[in-house]
Every structure is written in C-alpha cells, then in structure tokens.
Design a protein around this ligand. Structure first.
Ligand SMILES: Cc1ncc(COP(=O)(O)O)c(C=O)c1O
Length: 372
C-alpha cells in the first residue's frame, strides 16, 4: 500500500456520491449521515458547486494572492455579509488547522502574550498552535516541550473563567464541542466568557469549523445571544469539499494586521472561491439555515429510539447518547446502510448530515436504530 496507513478506514471503497447518498465499488448504497466528515454541507457532487467549479476551471484555475482577483474579492465580501456585523474582515487559507493556526498566531502577535486557553476536550487541529489547544494526549504527548502553554477550562464551568488573566493571549472555543461528544456551551457561559476575555484583554476565537456555514440552523454561532468573538475560524463545509479555510476577524484585529503578517499560496484560490460562492448562493436561495434547524428538530423528535437515551446538539450537528458503546451501534448502522461518526465520548455517536438531507433519511435511520 502506497498510502501511509494513518487512518482507521471504513470497510469499503467509495465509488461515487450524490446528495446525502454514497455508493461503494460493489454498488451498495449508504446514507451519509457523517457528511463526508462534516464537509459535504450541501451533499455530494452538488450541481451548483460542480457547475461553478467547471466554469471557473475553464476561466482561470489558479493565481495566488499576488494577483488581485474579482472572484476572491467577491467571495470575501459575501462571506463577511453572511457573518454577523463586526466580523467583516476575511483571510482565506486551506484547512481548519491553518485557520486556527493563523488566528492563534495573530492573537499571540497582537497581544504580545505567550499563553493560550481552550476548553478541556476541545479539538482544533494538528499544526503546532492548534495542537497546543487540542485535547488528545495520543498526539500531543510526543510533542511535549514544543507546544505553546495552554490553560484548559471545563466547558460551562463559570468558576474556571477567573483563571483567564492578563497572561492569556486568546481563548479558543467550539460553540458546540463536537469531537468531545457534542457538548454545547450555554448562552450564559458564552456571555460570561465574552465578558471575562474583554476584562483580561484576551482575544476570543470561535472555532466554527463544524458549527458554521448554516449547520446549526443559523449562519454562525457567533452573534447568537449577542456574543461576538474577535475571530471566527471556518473550514470543512465552507466550499462543500473543495479545500478551503477562512479566518474572520473584527475591525480592531484587522486594523493591526500588517502586510506580510499572514500568507498562503493556495488560500483564496479561484476554484475554492467559486465553490464557496455556490455554497452561499444555495444556502440563501433554498433557505437552508431554516432547513438545517428543521432537520435538527426532526432528529430530536424521531431519534430517541432503540439504544438512544438522549439526543444532543442541534441543526445538523447531532450527538446520540447511547446506552451501549457507540462503536457497536456505529457498526450495526453501517451494516444497515448508514455512515455515522463516533466521538471522544465512547457513548456518543455523531450525525453531521448535509443540511439539505431529505426527511426520509431521518425516518430511515430512526427505523434502523429501533432495530439495533
Ligand atoms: C472543530 C474543529 N476544528 C479544527 C479542525 C481541523 O480541521 P482540518 O482537519 O481541516 O485541519 C477540525 C477537524 O476535524 C475540527 O473538527
């Protein structure tokens, strides 16, 4: 095998996909409730994204940021308009880790401080700063001594916020900690976190790599309950599977960015921008934020069956707390034709389906869970 064997893989080879369905090389079909790893926000091979890619590939496949491009400018403006007011400045990159790395780096640079803070259980990526704020001993321990010092706060524990002091450059949080087991930060906690960061002079970063782009039933979690972070990081679903990341930042942060502080050869490439514009057009044209919210409500109503004792999360970021190991239920569902994800919590199975998944997929998985 030429590929380095670093992934635990599904027991079949995929051949193609359309919408929320994928098919393996033997012709067997699956409902993809894992959404291609929370990436295919509009489903596989979405017609509008394919058409935009085809047209842009023929017009201009690539030029780096050294050349101004109308499509890159338009993509930044559209993304800024999709975000709440106050996060109107955009830096494009290529992945979630790169988006977080750049947000954390800017925070360290602009505050002059040398410590970070994050949620215990948070997951932010595999580059050095992103890894410094990630909870996964398997991958952080071999790099002991190389990572940035980072305080860990318990999610939703208000008393821990007092530990955010003048040594902390930035606090990074997922509004819903996905990999940790779909743990939502309460509105009260988010408000208190925002106030504490402002008091301590620490910048607040919302990692919306999973929660963003309409998945929660609204454009972003940022702005909800009037809590506005200084940065939002995006990736995964932003261009429906074309590699892309973005850092959104406040006026105050952007005002301090000097030429040369940030950079990326491929960031904001025309193919990624074309795909992202098609994603935003489709979300708006088809009212897909509302659709994601409705799917979330349907999953809460329909999926407390079989081994499921609690439904967590909202929109199309759902955790099923099970009375059996999630791995066993994941396997049983796969045998019945459903791809799902596990989490760091051995009793939580995750569903991150496309935000335009048909209702029949929810009915079908409810039936399969009842059989498990
Ligand atoms: C919340 C969150 N942040 C960051 C990342 C890292 O993204 P990438 O794999 O694109 O580097 C992930 C990936 O799973 C993620 O779920």
């Amino acid at each position: 095998m030429a590929l380095v064997e670093t992934y635990a893989v599904l027991p079949f080879t995929l051949a193609n996909g359309r919408g929320a369905r994928v098919r393996d090389t033997h012709g067997r079909e699956y409902w993809d409730l894992y959404g291609g790893h929370a990436v295919t926000l509009l489903g596989h091979s979405h017609a509008a994204v394919c058409a935009a890619l085809r047209a842009q590939a023929e017009r201009l496949t690539f030029y780096s940021n050294v050349a101004p491009l109308e499509i890159r400018e338009r993509a930044a403006q559209r993304l800024a308009a999709f975000a709440p007011r106050g996060l109107g400045h955009v830096f494009f990159c290529n992945s979630g880790a790169e988006a977080n790395e750049n947000a954390l780096k800017l925070a360290l640079q602009q505050t002059g401080r040398r410590r970070l803070a994050a949620m215990a259980g948070g997951w932010h990526g595999r580059t050095l700063l992103a890894l410094s704020v990630t909870t996964d001993e398997k991958i952080t321990r071999p790099l002991d001594g190389l990572l940035c010092s980072a305080l860990r706060l318990r999610p939703n524990v208000l008393e821990d916020l007092a530990q955010i002091d003048a040594s902390i450059a930035a606090v990074i949080v997922e509004p819903i900690l996905s990999i940790a087991g779909v743990i939502e930060l309460t509105p009260e906690y988010r408000g208190a976190l925002r106030r504490r960061c402002a008091e301590a002079g620490a910048l607040l970063i919302f990692d919306e790599i999973q929660t963003g782009m309409g998945r929660l039933g609204r454009p972003l979690a940022a702005g909800e309950h009037d809590v506005l972070p200084d940065f939002v990081t995006l990736a995964k679903g932003i261009a429906n599977g074309v590699p892309m990341g973005a850092v959104l930042m406040s006026d105050a942060v952007a005002a301090k960015v000097k030429q040369g502080d940030l950079g990326s050869t491929f960031g904001g490439g025309p193919l990624a921008c074309a795909a992202m514009l098609a994603v935003l057009d489709t979300i708006e044209r088809e009212d897909l934020c509302e659709r994601a919210a409705r799917l979330g409500r349907a999953m809460h109503e329909r999926l407390r069956v079989g081994p499921v004792c609690e439904v967590l999360g909202r929109g199309c970021l759902i955790g099923l707390r099970l009375c059996r190991p999630a791995k066993d239920v994941q396997k049983a569902l796969l045998e019945r034709g459903f791809i799902t994800g596990t989490s760091a919590d051995p009793s939580v199975l995750r569903l991150m389906p496309p935000i335009n998944t048909p209702d029949e997929a929810i009915e079908a998985v409810a039936g399969a869970l009842a059989e498990c």
